[in-house]
Design a protein around this ligand. Sequence first.
Ligand code: NDP
Length: 251
Amino acid sequence: MSLFDLTGKVAIVTGGNGGIGLGMAGGLADAGAKVVLAGRNQAKGDAAAATLGRGAVFIAADVTQKAQCLELVAQTVATFGRLDILINNAGIAVRKNPEDYTEEEWHRVMDTNMTSAFLCSQAAYPAMVQAGGGKIINIGSVMSQMAAPHAAPYATSKGAIVQFTRAIATAWAKDNIQANSVLPGWIDTELTVAARTQVPGLNESILARTPAGRWGVPEDLAGIAVFLASRASDFVTGAAIPCDGGFLIRS
Ligand code: NDP
């Protein structure tokens, strides 16, 4: 059996109805997993599940809401019988100067990017214990390690997700659950299209700083997702792995 084979495994990808989430979901499905895409937009979710095929389903869930996270896991287990893999990928950004954020905006970014990972991981834990182990993959960012003037809550949430990942990796190792975070670089998605087109010079500075010489595409995240979801990574836990074309190592 291939080290990377996911046949018989069941995965939830939050924010899986588009962008990076859908790119990673494609990798998991290619490796044989049954995939649940979660998000709020039903029409976008149904279209994404149809595009993915191979038995993928969309389950509507706002992952900032504890009851909906519990229901997402319950529906997944009811549909596919188990849960082995959780990718906490749902995320948003609000670009402003720190002095201009409202309290609501601060909490919305933190709840969507960080608290959702806590709520979904907590909801998934009993099902993973039941399955004899599991894989939790939390999506950070290069902003987990860097900062930018217009990203106070975003960078805070992405730094916190690395520490949250390390905490659950230490707590749940006894349950054969590995938890790791992935730090994407600049990926061409709906999240970045506005900044890419509206912030003068951003596109050029990203191209200049990225040793790979290009923006990433969602499919660039598929390989790391399969690695961290498969038995190939059974001795890898608590790590924060960049997937950024070399962006973070460039001085
Ligand atoms: P997209 O905007 O394309 O996708 C974000 C997804 O999150 C959507 O599918 C959205 O679905 C979902 N989502 C947002 N809020 C919620 C919520 N409350 N409940 C459930 N789902 C939600 O962005 P990306 O694909 O670019 O981003 C994916 C992740 O990657 C994010 O965590 C982002 O921070 C991270 N990232 C992205 C980078 C990039 O350059 N693009 C770089 C580094 C990290 P719906 O609207 O249906 O709810």
